[in-house]
Design a protein around this ligand. Sequence first.
Ligand code: URA
Length: 211
Amino acid sequence: MTTRAEALEEIAEQVRVCKLCRLYQYATKAVPGAGNPDAEILFIGEGPGYNEDKTGLPFVGRSGEYLDKLLSLIGLSRKQVFITNVVKHRPPENRDPLPDEIAACKPYLDRQIDIIDPLVIVTLGRHSMARYFPGGKITQIHGKPKFDADRAYYPVFHPAAVLRNPSWQEGMEADFKRLPQILAKVKETRASAPKRKPPQDDTPPTQLPMF
Ligand code: URA
């Protein structure tokens, strides 16, 4: 059976040779995503920047340092979560990813989500937010989770945007501090209505008594 780590590595290999949009032409390294394959929380950013393009790892620059600090506020490290982006190659000059680039990369992100099956998806900034909150305005909806049958979607500011707007810092930290509560709520929901099929019982069926 393929493990989650193997399935994610298979996607990463496809991403590294991907030419489905123009972005690979300008990039040094693809940045498929990194972290714990069994993560309960998945963070989705925008796209690799300068440092990520050099290393092949997500959020390793200044905004990555800030993300680490935010995670430490709730006792987490990046080893416990999974971090990826809506586009896996760096847009030139760090411009916004274009809609056709996001669409071309979507199947990779969809598969990463299916494999990890996170309890909470935290969207970092506008581009990943738009997947789950189309038409939403980040300044209005940050910190307001949306729950479905077995997952929460949680929009927060992009760490780089907070670094540029220090007045958002307090709100960002408050949003992060709400994460454990959101996670606990999803765990409760999943416990009362488990999504995954229980392990197959392979004892042969027995004849039920007639009466
Ligand atoms: N900003 C992003 O959105 N993603 C990264 O990986 C780094 C910076």
